[in-house]
Design a protein around this ligand. Structure first.
Ligand code: PMP
Length: 434
């Protein structure tokens, strides 16, 4: 295979011989954009370095977690000190209490339980909602991704959208039959489903602001409406903040709507930023609901490495360093890159729309606005592939999918941002020519 990244190409050959598709999470593959995935060997600040020694400005941030940038010295120091004290005890520990306190202080939740991935968080939240309500039906939105939970893979975003998979084999019909899928931002569809099935609905789960079909923010008042209709029908409102939590504001998406409007979800899931780059996630909510979890209540949920001391130390240190100044910086960087991308695409005559929620944004190569999955699906994936590869060749690592958010970090300084700005005009011309 002719390639300008021989080391990554050789590693990819070896990887494919031992791992399906050569990757341990489908979104890392380049199947949707073509070419060789880069094997990253180190990262620092806003930069990734691959096995061929090439540097890239990172606009993925490990798909969300790296809010402070890579190898942040204080996070590294805290993690190294924690490792020196042993890596896992299977007992309660100090950092997990402190991280829980930090999460409770920042968000609407009163109690929080740690798990090891966002998938586990949403899976457990749904079980708890079903156990609490004694009902089985779950309502979700097309284009929202909540991890690879059986009941939530129907019409999901993220890799399923990138690879055009409506669902997946291996999920029993009995599981998806209990999942009702609605178009996002569609109040009439929500009202109708509650009118028809209200008494059977355990919960409605939604991304607090969807980022897995590209960024498709809730229309004003939409989350408040969902919270209210759930309350009226005795169902729980589950807000998935795995991506948005501690990212879009210090309080997550709830800081932009619920905290301002005076409502709170019944359950919230978290992940990514709160693990500081380690496998840590959580679900939490009202004490009355969380009280149903074992050992206080009958709904069982557990994990050998849940609340792992290294992961919770990394998350705690990250959140403590994620000050208002950090969020203000992320806002400025996100706005600069978003506006420059739009200017470059406009200059090259490429139809596009940029959408954002707090500090998280994405650029769709289609006319806007994008309100739901169908709108997002109109994005020009061939043009995006050309745009992506031009950026990559110029040293900027975007998500290898037209349907993902772009993530910036506190470490995106002037040099990193300038490198992105310099690359955009050529990439826009490549998109126009695709
Ligand atoms: N929920 C949302 C909103 C997500 O973005 C993701 C991951 N992208 C998940 C859940 C699943 O998290 P994990 O990959 O850690 O299982």
């Amino acid at each position: 295979m002719p390639t300008d990244v021989p080391a990554s190409a050789a590693l990819f050959e070896r990887a494919q011989a031992v791992t399906p598709g050569g990757v341990n999470s489908p979104v890392r593959a380049f199947n949707a954009v073509g070419g060789t995935p880069r094997f990253i060997t180190s990262a620092r600040g806003a930069w990734l370095t691959d096995a061929d020694g090439r540097d890239y400005v990172d606009l993925i941030g490990s798909w969300g977690p790296m809010l402070l940038g890579h190898a942040h010295p204080e996070v590294q120091e805290a993690v190294q000190a924690a490792v020196a004290r042993g890596t896992s005890y299977g007992t309660p520990t100090v950092p997990e209490v402190e991280l829980a306190e930090e999460i409770v202080a920042r968000t609407s939740v009163e109690r929080v339980r740690f798990v090891s991935s966002g998938t586990e968080a949403t899976m457990s939240a749904i079980r708890l909602a079903r156990g609490f309500t004694g009902r089985d039906v779950v309502v979700k939105f097309a284009g929202c991704y909540h991890g690879h939970v059986d009941a939530l893979l129907a019409s999901a975003g993220s890799g399923l959208m990138t690879f055009a998979l409506p669902g997946t084999p291996g999920v029993p019909a009995s599981s998806t039959e209990l999942t009702l899928v609605l178009p996002y931002n569609d109040r009439a569809a929500v009202e109708q489903v509650f009118a028809e099935h209200g008494e059977r609905i355990a919960c409605l789960v939604t991304e607090a602001s969807p980022g897995n079909m590209g960024v498709v923010p809730p229309e004003p008042g939409f989350n408040a409406f969902l919270s209210e209709i759930c309350r009226r029908h005795g169902a729980l409102f589950v807000s998935d903040e795995v991506m948005t939590g501690f990212r879009v504001t210090r309080q997550g998406q709830w800081g932009l709507d619920g905290a301002v409007e005076g409502w709170a979800p019944d359950l919230v899931t978290f992940g990514k930023v709160m693990g500081g780059g380690f496998p840590a996630a959580a679900f939490g909510g009202r004490a009355e609901v969380m009280h149903h979890l074992a050992p206080e209540g009958p709904v069982y949920q557990a994990g050998t490495l849940s609340g792992n001391p290294i992961a919770t130390t990394a998350g705690l240190t990250t959140l403590r360093l994620a000050t208002d100044d950090v969020y203000a910086h992320l806002d400025r960087v996100a706005t600069t890159i978003r506006e420059a991308a739009c200017a470059a695409l406009t200059g090259a005559g490429v139809a596009h729309v940029a959408q954002s929620t707090g500090t998280m944004f994405s650029v769709f190569l289609t006319e806007g606005p994008v309100r739901d999955f169908d709108d997002a699906s109109r994005t020009d994936t061939a043009a995006y592939a050309a745009f992506f590869h031009s950026m990559l060749d110029q040293g900027v690592y975007l998500p290898p999918s037209a349907y993902e958010a772009w993530f910036v970090s506190a470490a995106h300084d002037e040099r990193a941002v300038q490198a992105v700005l310099d690359a955009l005009p050529d990439a826009a011309r490549a998109a126009a020519a695709a």
